[in-house]
Design a protein around this ligand. Structure first.
Ligand code: 13P
Length: 250
């Protein structure tokens, strides 16, 4: 079975200045991408309008890094309707940093994924195990539990707008990338599970991204694996090196 359209997503996290991001967007604009790939760039909320104004490369869309479902008396938050008003149609949800530092549970992430779907977003939903969980042999159980929470709430038709990002926590920002075999093993477990629950058609079209210390050097070997459909990139996405990662999805 041929692979679905790949995704190369830049998660800039809480980084950048107006100047540094403008420069980087100019680099992205200047790169000719001649294969079918969806490139995504997720700046901080405050940098979204700047990036929207500067980004001209038609292969790219702008995403939010998080959102809450509703506008209202929620000091310091940004809601999905506010993002929609800014013409943002993509959102990353359930990143391990949000789970770890801001208390987002599997249930919260699943509910936000449903809310985002209902409001017309594409969602990059993040899952992944800690080192301790991996060493205890719990990787499959952890990622399937995280996925199951989402599966329970979402109608079947929602899955065409969901992207799963497998990001082992121990690989995020550590320089310790999962080996292609380690990543493929988990992606295959996820796809098999989703095949059982949702059927062949939906599961084979689902994009499962790998994230965690992806670089211009290691992306191509990872992408060769049959169940890896692209990347969610932190550190390397803040550099021109991100272009190599896009090119690795050919
Ligand atoms: P790094 O690429 O910096 O390891 O971060 C991965 C990540 O968390 C992307 O969401």
């Amino acid at each position: 079975m041929s692979k679905p359209q790949p995704i190369a997503a830049a998660n800039w996290k809480c980084n950048g200045t107006q100047e540094s991001l403008t420069q980087l967007v100019e680099v992205f604009n200047g790169h000719k991408i001649d294969h079918d790939v969806q490139c995504v760039v997720a700046p901080t909320f405050v940098h979204i309008p700047l990036v929207q104004a500067k980004l001209r490369n038609p292969k790219f869309v702008v995403s939010a890094e998080n959102a809450i479902a509703k506008s209202g008396a929620f000091t310091g938050e940004v809601s999905m309707p506010i993002l929609k008003d800014l013409k943002i149609n993509w959102v990353i949800l359930g990143h391990s940093e949000r789970r770890t530092y801001y208390g987002e549970t599997n249930e919260i992430v699943a509910q936000k994924t449903l809310d985002a779907y209902k409001q017309g977003f594409y969602v990059i939903a993040c899952i992944g195990e800690t080192l301790q969980q991996r060493e205890a042999g719990q990787t499959a159980k952890v990622v399937l539990t995280q996925t199951q929470a989402i599966l329970k709430l979402l109608p079947k038709e929602a899955w065409s707008k969901i992207v799963l990002a497998y990001e082992p926590v121990w690989a995020i920002g550590t320089g310790k990338v999962a080996t292609p075999e380690q990543a493929q093993e988990v992606h295959a477990i996820l796809r098999k599970y989703l095949k059982e629950k949702l059927g062949d058609e939906i599961a084979s079209k689902l994009r499962i991204l790998y994230g965690g210390s992806v670089t211009g050097q290691n992306a191509a070997t990872l992408y060769k694996k049959p169940d890896i459909n692209g990347f969610l990139v932190g550190g390397a996405s803040l550099k021109p090196e991100f272009l190599q990662i896009i090119d690795a999805t050919k």
